[in-house]
Design a protein around this ligand. Sequence first.
Ligand code: SF4
Ligand code: SF4
Length: 148
Amino acid sequence: MASRNVLLIFKSNIMYKPVIYRLARDFDLIFNILEAKILPRREGRILLELRGDDETIEKGIKFLQDHQVVVELLADKVWREDDLCVHCGACTGLCPTEALSLSRPELKVLFDVQKCVACGMCGLVCPFGAMKDVTLFDPFAEGRAEEK
Ligand code: SF4
Ligand code: SF4
């Protein structure tokens, strides 16, 4: 069974449309909501893990897009700039999903994007800015942007 983490963006005009349940009903896909954030009258963001066979996942994604939902693969949005990472390990203790983990005995920090929920915690602590675009669901990101 294949699995893909996808970021769904609902613009305000479709924010409350009930489309996600149809992934299960019409496409027999298993979905798991990993994270969600609603900005009233602006947009809603949902990070969804989709499970099924590849073809059905593609059909489900097409269905969402046909209903005006913006669908992005999380793996295309979030990444680590490996040249900037010095494997200090500061991020591993904060990562809630163990997407960042320390390998032993090499003492290298590994990043598994499939486990990442884009909470932004690693972005807050990394002294070198190695973690990129991890603030998709960071509740403090907007406040920081307004302070600048
Ligand atoms: S954004 Fe960083 S801390 Fe949050 S889940 Fe992803 S890797 Fe872990
Ligand atoms: S905090 Fe930054 S430099 Fe340190 S291990 Fe994590 S990503 Fe690498």
